[in-house]
Design a protein around this ligand. Structure first.
Ligand code: TRP
Ligand code: ZN
Length: 867
């Protein structure tokens, strides 16, 4: 393994030159696309004499400055860079390069998806199109001309407004696009293909009409409506909540099948993974409808947070991603259930972000050192980044937060800026001191907050002491105390909130924990209380607070905050799993069942919330919470808890199931919540394993008029290991074998099945006609689902899971390094496992390290894992 160079955040230097306008001409051809790029270049650093451009996988044809072409001896092509002598203050540069989109399996730069050409330039893909200053602080105005065969590619799209189009010889045609907004190269996009187009319009608050165009593969118009509705909701919401209007006359979205991530916010021309667009009730689940809405929102919201104000350098990625995730979460909350959306976000942090902090790739939300930028589109940068924005929102309140946003845009519209610039705007607009708070940007790791209490009945004083400590992470040994907002309530024996009084004054229910240890003394507390801490997950920390089953049951059944009730249920259930692993328990105690039963029966409680309260924390989250739990014992204990609930509450689960069993499909929040609860009941009944559970599942599978119910029945029989599972899997495959996105669900069901022969089934599925190693959706559905969603099988003690994943990674390394690096994550976490597994995992990591052509993406993760 040959060492590769990391870039450091603190090495940032402004570019010696900048480019103000760029005119691009694409002569599209499968294997020989010619790209002519004319830049107006301007020197920024006096004394600079060499223009150094980034470029990868390009064939350079010619270089000309101010119309004079340069001989090969006049420039220098070094690894990934083109050096051009340029002792000039301003000049025109013309470059002609040739590229091979048809053989570009990396899905970065210009490539082909299905029959179409498309681009993906974030983070550093533009350099695979032409030599350029491929960095986000170089903002240029783009003019793009596309020429292509008219029959194969009737639609020719790029950013901005179409300014010309026409016919060319030989059956070809062209279109020209002008984007009025200066933008970094990562926001460039081009699409050429044949599509069906769903058209609509949106009238902005100031009365401008915007054309909305959604391009999908032919025959898929019927599956585009939800995405279009989501777009219009996003546009209206951003006006209402953030006072932000769309700024071009046209907004286009193109759905493609081959895509490395969910979607991309290219100015005026978003490109989406088709799975983040296409939905109808028979092929997409309620969860997928929700996800589509949130991704459409996310990319739309980037138009201001990302595009109008962009990042100075890639270390600042969370400036746009953390903020935009926060915005899409708020959008989802406002469109649906705030608490269910909050639960979703918290689950992501607890099972994935905490694991990232604990592993070899630990990094702050603003990383300091990067080898391959693609590896930093992480749950830390995105989701913890959003939590950091949310904490500022908690500290400032909505009104002052919005004043901060307004100041941020007033100061920085049209600029490429840093996370510090954002915090400064928040601070200056609100007057709230965020000095210590800034540490959240530079310090990695999960803080652990522990609790000490003292109650004195005589003086009626309750003293709460909180201590914070952030364990060392792989990237950073020393940690300092953070500014942590602690949202709390104190509950009396009936579960009612006790008024918070400190120093004779009503106290805020958000405490500022800023020291390593800090105490608060609450007065007029007339009985012992239960402290409900970090309500709504007010900070991304682990809480160490020992509450009894009875105290958790009280929070779970009586707290006035629904998030608190869910969180208490999670803690109560987690406790039982751990007690089972530790041999402290065989049967679920009555306290637990007696706390779950009323939740299941409480008519006033949102069914969607009940469904979440009856779901156990995933194995990954439990493994994060309690160190050293044996993989297999944890898996079995968690199953045992679910199965005991299924048996002990059988009557209640049955009743609640039947309440919703025969409802016709509707697509609204109420019906979605009821389906979620119905299917949670079915799942627990299947895990309980009584004979009639199988009949229920089969009946639902046969009768379902929507994919949510179909898949829930299939999942219940697979996870419950019911005998009918094989038959239903075969029926599902028969029905959907020609529909790739639906087959992804089948691949995932197969990969996550709790069976000892699961690897044989997965290997067989890799030969299925619907499977394609070059398509990231397929790879994630099968290989990714196995490695990250079938923890017990992946960590099989014979090492077969590790070997299998590594075989796949070796193949993917040569096809799509970005995709490979994303699915290798479960192989990195060997430190938290027993010695045998550690040895097996390290052996596979070493196999990767020994590859002669290891990609930068995998190199970074492998070397950090072994280091
Ligand atoms: N900026 C995109 C988003 O969050 C992320 C993205 C899409 C991306 N495609 C990518 C990041 C390819 C890296 C590589 O909305
Ligand atoms: Zn984003």
């Amino acid at each position: 393994m040959q060492a590769m160079q990391a870039k450091q955040r603190l090495d940032y230097q402004p570019s010696d030159y900048t480019i103000d306008t760029l005119s691009l001409v694409f002569e599209l051809d499968d294997h020989h696309t010619r790209v002519t790029a004319r830049s107006s270049v301007r020197r920024q650093r006096p004394g600079a004499d060499t223009l150094v451009l980034d470029g990868e996988a390009l064939t350079l044809q010619s270089v000309a400055i101010d119309g004079k072409s340069l001989g090969q001896e006049q420039y220098r092509l070094a690894e990934g860079q083109l050096h051009i002598p340029a002792d000039l203050d301003a000049f025109e540069l013309e470059l002609v390069t040739e590229i091979d989109p048809a053989n570009n399996t990396t899905l970065e730069g210009l490539y082909q998806s299905g029959g179409a050409f498309c681009t993906q330039c974030e983070a550093e893909g533009f350099r695979r199109i032409t030599y350029f200053l491929d960095r986000p602080d170089v903002l240029a105005r783009y003019h793009t001309r596309i020429e292509a065969d008219k029959a194969r590619f009737p639609f020719l799209l790029s950013n901005g407004n179409k300014v010309a189009e026409g016919e060319l010889e030989g059956g070809r045609h062209f279109a020209e696009w002008q984007d009025p907004f200066p933008k970094p190269s990562y926001l460039f996009a081009l699409v050429a293909g044949d599509f069906d187009c769903l058209r609509d319009t949106f009238v902005t608050r100031s009365g401008r009409e915007v054309a909305l165009e959604l391009f999908v593969d032919k025959g898929n118009l019927g599956r585009a409506e939800h995405a279009m509705a989501s777009l219009k909701h996003s546009m209206a919401w951003d006006e209402q909540r953030f006072n932000l209007e769309y700024d071009l006359d046209i907004y286009m979205i193109v759905a493609v099948d081959f895509f490395n991530m969910g979607a991309m916010e290219n100015k005026g021309l978003n490109i989406f993974n088709s799975k983040a667009v296409l939905a109808d009730p028979t092929t997409a689940t309620d969860d997928e409808y929700h996800r589509i809405e949130s991704i459409i929102g996310h990319e739309y919201f980037h138009n201001w947070t990302g595009n109008r104000v962009t990042c100075r350098d890639w270390f600042q990625l969370s400036l746009k991603e953390g903020l935009t995730v926060f915005r899409d979460q708020e959008f989802s909350a406002d469109m649906g259930s705030p608490v269910v959306n909050r639960i979703l976000a918290v689950k992501t942090i607890r099972s994935h972000q905490f694991a990232e902090d604990a592993g070899p790739m630990a990094h702050p939300i603003r990383p300091d050192s990067v080898i391959e930028m693609n590896n930093f589109y992480t749950v830390t940068v995105y989701d913890k980044g959003a939590e950091v924005i949310r904490m500022m929102h908690t500290l400032l309140g909505e009104q002052r937060f919005q004043q901060g946003m307004a100041l941020y845009f007033e100061r920085h519209d049209g600029q490429a800026v840093t996370c510090d610039d954002f915090v400064a705007a928040m601070e200056d607009a609100s007057g709230v001191d965020l000095g210590q708070f800034r540490l959240w940007y530079s310090q990695s790791g999960t803080p652990v907050v522990s609790v000490q209490e003292q109650y004195d009945p005589a003086s009626q004083r309750y003293r709460l002491t909180l201590s914070q400590h952030t364990p060392a992470t792989a990237d950073q040994a020393d940690k300092q105390p953070l500014h942590i907002p602690v949202k709390l309530q104190l509950l009396d024996g009936e579960g009612n909130n006790v008024p918070l009084v400190i120093n004779g004054e009503p106290a805020n229910n958000v405490l500022n924990l800023q020291q390593a240890e800090q105490s608060w003394e609450f007065e007029q507390v007339s009985e012992p209380v239960v402290a409900s801490l970090f309500e709504d997950f007010s900070a991304p920390v682990k809480l160490e607070q020992s509450l009894s089953d009875a105290q958790l049951a009280l929070l779970m059944t009586s707290a006035d905050n629904d998030f608190v009730r869910w969180d208490a249920a999670q803690r109560l259930l987690a406790k039982q799993v751990v007690a089972l692993v530790n041999g402290e328990l065989e049967q679920l105690p009555l306290t637990v069942l007696d706390a779950l039963r009323p939740v299941l029966l409480e008519p006033g409680l949102d069914p969607a919330l009940v469904a979440e309260m009856l779901a156990l924390p995933p194995e990954q989250a439990l493994a994060q919470e309690v160190a050293g739990l044996d993989v297999e014992e944890l898996h079995l204990a968690r199953r045992a808890v679910m199965s005991q609930i299924g048996l002990a509450l059988e009557d209640e689960l049955q009743a609640r199931y039947q309440q919703y069993a025969n409802q016709a499909y509707r697509n609204d929040g109420k019906a979605i919540g009821e389906r979620a609860l119905k299917n949670r009941c079915l799942f627990l009944l299947a895990l309980g394993g009584k004979a009639d559970a199988q009949a229920l599942c089969q009946r639902q599978f046969d009768a379902a008029d929507n994919m949510t119910d179909t898949l829930a029945a299939l999942n219940a029989v697979n996870q419950g290991r019911l005998p009918v599972a094989a038959q239903l899997m075969a029926q599902f495959e028969q029905r959907w074998q020609d529909s790739a996105l639906v087959m992804d669900k089948w691949f995932s069901q197969l990969a996550m099945a709790p069976r000892s022969d699961v690897l044989d089934a997965i290997r067989a599925a890799m030969g299925h006609s619907a499977f394609d190693m070059a398509n990231p959706n397929r790879v994630r559905a099968l290989v990714g689902a196995f490695a990250s969603g079938n923890r017990n099988a992946f960590h099989a003690i014979d090492g077969s899971g590790y070997r299998f994943l590594t075989d796949c990674l070796i193949e993917l390394n040569g096809i799509n390094p970005q995709c490979a690096a994303r699915i290798m994550t479960p192989l990195m976490g060997w430190r938290e496992l027993d010695e045998t597994r550690q040895g097996l995992m390290k052996a596979q990591l070493q196999r990767l390290a020994d590859l002669p052509d290891l990609s930068r993406d995998l190199y970074e993760k492998v070397s950090k894992s072994l280091g």
